[in-house]
Design a protein around this ligand. Structure first.
Ligand SMILES: *Cc1c(COP(=O)(O)O)cnc(C)c1O
Length: 370
């Protein structure tokens, strides 16, 4: 599949006939114990690599198909490991490359539980974390010390959507072994009904990732792997619709007097937009907007009053969400300052005109009752 375009790889990845037996979707294989024909066959199944049944924790064709499909999305990658959540994937990726005495450079706009992992777990293991400005670019080089062993990027940033200069940071870091992490819980699963994470590794770090993952005992159940693989098949078409509706709602919000700023990577008002234009092929349905004045109570009234937007954390499903978010609580290297409170929206697959009408009703009363 490596010569094919992305949409084609999304459809065909991982569907090996020896795994599917001709069934279109790789079936759900449930297993803990694998029975061997002989002692010799048992020895032959070791070491346990994907494609070789050995023990349930090493997966079955259901998990291998998903892992292979994800690997095919990253040209040059050696393989993918699956995890029971995006957060577990972040933890395993960091543990694969860091040891006591090392230092990690973490983007200041990172997802809050990722920060918590650094402060709670890595710190106890003698691994120090320093936070950097998401817009640091090639200036990252000035932060390196002899102890710096990893740089963590998240672009666009959680909640505030700064788009990082990924090529400049990778060049300065002389990156040797990339790890690419996906919170598959979001758009890959796509229907808000399973949690899963993945780490795809370049050849230089693949063995370390594999060994660390095995030592941590990480495993994903076949039902969840099945759901993620099924979600992957429609990811291309879903993302295009999320992008189109998201841009329409974001453009409309930008013109409302109650809105100070819209933080959407595809709009010039988003910090790092020029990197998005250069490096990205599209946008998702996730962005934030800053309200023009008002306080927490006004914001809560606005979010509570929306009819079509659910209030909840994990975006990427087919449904729209609105969430009050406070980035200043999760920063140390930079300060978050804004004209008013922030709301993060996930634009789902509803008709975008209905979503705009819902937001218009909510914004009409913004601040008035307070
Ligand atoms: C959602 C998310 C995670 C965690 O994924 P879970 O599956 O919810 O554990 C980690 N990092 C980022 C940037 C995310 O958006």
């Amino acid at each position: 599949m490596s010569g094919k375009r992305r949409d084609t790889r999304l459809i065909h990845g991982g569907r090996r006939p020896e795994w599917t037996q001709g069934i279109v979707n790789p079936p759900v294989w449930r297993a803990s114990t694998i029975l061997f024909d002989s002692v010799e066959a048992m020895h032959e199944a070791y070491p346990p690599e994907d494609g070789r049944l050995h023990y349930g924790r090493n997966g079955t064709p259901t998990q291998w198909a998903l892992a292979e499909a994800l690997t095919e999305l990253e040209p040059g990658a050696a393989g993918t490991k699956l995890f029971p959540s995006g957060s577990a994937a972040v933890a395993a990726a960091l543990l694969s490359v860091l040891s006591a005495g090392d230092e990690l450079l973490m983007v200041d706009s990172a997802y809050a539980p990722t920060r918590a992992f650094c402060e709670d777990v890595l710190k106890r293991m003698g691994i120090a974390t320093r936070y950097y400005d998401p817009l640091v670019g090639e200036g990252i080089a000035e932060l390196f010390t002899e102890r710096t062993k990893a740089v963590f990027l998240e672009s666009p940033g959680s909640l505030t959507f700064e788009v990082q200069d990924v090529p400049a940071i990778c060049a300065a870091a002389r990156a040797r072994g990339d790890l690419s992490i996906i919170a598959c819980t979001k758009y890959v699963v796509g229907h808000a009904d399973a949690m899963l994470g993945s780490v795809t590794a370049a050849p230089g770090v693949w063995r370390r990732l594999e060994r660390t993952t095995r030592a941590l005992g990480q495993h994903v159940g076949p039902d969840d792997a099945y759901l993620a693989t099924r979600g992957l098949r429609t990811l291309g078409v879903r993302l295009r619709q999320h992008q189109e509706s998201g841009l329409k709602v974001a453009g409309w919000l930008q013109e409302q007097p109650q809105v100070a700023r819209v933080l959407h990577p595809a709009l010039p008002s988003c910090p790092g937009h020029e990197h998005w234009q250069r490096d990205f092929r599209g946008a998702s349905g996730l962005f934030s907007f800053v309200l023009n004045g008002g306080g927490e109570a006004d914001r809560a009234r606005l979010v509570d009053g929306l009819e079509l937007f659910g209030i909840g954390y994990s975006w990427g499903g087919y449904e729209s969400l609105a969430l009050p978010v406070d980035p200043e609580r999760n920063r140390s290297a930079t300060r978050w300052q804004a004209e008013g409170p922030l709301v993060r929206l996930h634009i789902g697959l509803e008709d975008s005109d209905d979503l705009i009408e819902d937001l218009a009703r909510g914004l009409a009363g913004y601040g008035a009752a307070g």
